[in-house]
Ligand binder design. Structure first.
Ligand code: DX5
Ligand code: ZN
Length: 217
């Protein structure tokens, strides 16, 4: 179905209270929770690992979309599956064996996603379409929230061509806000990740009023 889903990224949430932040976005309209795992190697930033994802799990009532910006990926797939991820996304660029990585993710019983950095062509997933439940199109170079949106319209359209009528989500990740969301939705995206556009204005003192930001996307 081509319903547009909003997946707030907790990378922009209050790192001192993820439980409260997750409950707030879900109570206020989030469809999925996007969890950005960074290892300080594949990307120049470090966030959290399997123990943290395990701690998030009981607070997530919708769907935990785990984005692994790590290399290598394969040694850690089991740990993120055990931690409770509903979908595990690996980067094409994280190693030479993305086909095997997706097989390994599916073998855990979880949904499998493949992510493409801005410099990686759409056709790099052409031989993965029987293994992927989701293709994540990075519209920023991964590592940080709040970056400027990179237009990947051509890539998104090409992916829709390659996907045909397969039930594969196209997820857009980076710089999604009320101005850029319509652009990527028109091109064929159906899951929109947003970090700073959802969490901006929140603070440890102010009540977590994220609903207006989510609805505006
Ligand atoms: C970046 C992450 C994105 C990021 C999005 O490496 O993969 O999910 O959190 O943040 P915004 O929406 O602020 O660009
Ligand atoms: Zn992400």
């Amino acid at each position: 179905d081509r319903k547009i889903r909003i997946a707030p990224s907790i990378l922009s949430a209050d790192f001192a209270d993820f439980g409260r932040e997750i409950r707030a976005i879900e109570d206020q309209g989030a469809d999925w929770v996007h969890v950005d795992v960074m290892d300080g190697h594949f990307v120049p930033n470090l966030t959290f690992g399997p123990p943290a994802v395990k701690a998030f799990r009981p607070h997530v009532k919708t769907f935990m979309d785990v984005h692994l910006m790590i290399a290598p990926v394969d040694p850690y797939i089991e740990a993120y599956a055990e931690a409770g991820a509903d979908l595990i996304t690996a980067h094409v660029e994280a190693g030479p064996h993305i086909h095997r990585t997706l097989q390994a993710i599916r073998a855990t019983g979880k949904k499998a996603g493949v992510a493409l950095n801005p410099g990686t062509p759409a056709d790099s997933v052409a031989h993965l379409l029987d293994l992927a439940d989701l293709i994540c199109v990075m519209t920023v170079n991964p590592g940080f929230g709040g970056q400027k949106f990179l237009d990947m319209t051509t890539k998104i359209r090409r992916l829709r061509e390659l996907i045909g009528d397969r039930p594969i989500h196209i997820e857009i990740d980076g710089g999604v806000d009320p101005a850029t969301a319509p652009i990527v939705a028109a091109a064929g995206a159906d899951v929109l990740v947003a970090g700073s556009a959802v969490f901006r204005g929140g603070s440890v003192d102010a009540p977590q009023v994220y609903g207006d930001n989510i609805r505006a996307i």
